[in-house]
Ligand binder design. Structure first.
Ligand SMILES: [Zn+2]
Length: 156
């Protein structure tokens, strides 16, 4: 068994060169597929774009002009609970704090839902909030059930 860290000389070197020459050269498509399989779970947009580009090029389907950027899905304000499927009701205009002082900024809609779900919660307008934003959130929260997005069955 030869030490692979040592350079090869003589017959061993010749054999290695021959093996390399005979090894099938992967096609562009093989490479693109391999890259796509490795990147399938990636959350990196540039990496995924590069993978798509390699695939399209290997298939001869690379567009000559780049399409317009695809808009990402709208982000929701930090006050939106992950379980709450509703979209934001406008810009982020209030801060909702719980009784420990921990809080989140939110739109009026999610601010009200968050405030309604907190015991001893408070709401403050952000510096550039329109007049009455915090009052509207406060009033909306008063008529909103806690965890308003939870489906409630009969008798609960
Ligand atoms: Zn929101």
């Amino acid at each position: 068994m030869s030490d692979i860290r040592q350079p090869l000389y003589g017959d061993a070197a010749t054999r290695a060169r021959e093996q390399l020459a005979e090894a099938p050269v992967p096609s562009d498509l093989d490479v693109a597929v391999s890259v796509a399989q490795q990147l399938l779970g990636s959350s990196s947009v540039p990496a995924l774009r590069e993978s798509l580009r390699l695939l399209l090029r290997a298939l001869g389907a690379e567009p000559t002009t780049l399409p317009d950027a695809v808009e990402p899905p709208p982000l929701r304000c930090p006050a939106a609970y992950p379980q709450d499927p509703t979209p934001c009701g406008g810009p982020t205009v209030v801060t909702v704090l719980d009784r420990t002082g921990a809080g989140a900024n939110g739109c009026e809609h999610h601010g009200a839902r968050l405030l309604a779900s907190l015991e001893g919660g408070r709401v403050y307008p952000l510096p550039d909030a329109p007049d009455g934003a915090a009052i509207r959130v406060f009033k909306a929260a008063a008529s909103t059930l806690p965890y308003a997005w939870v489906k409630r069955g009969e008798g609960q």
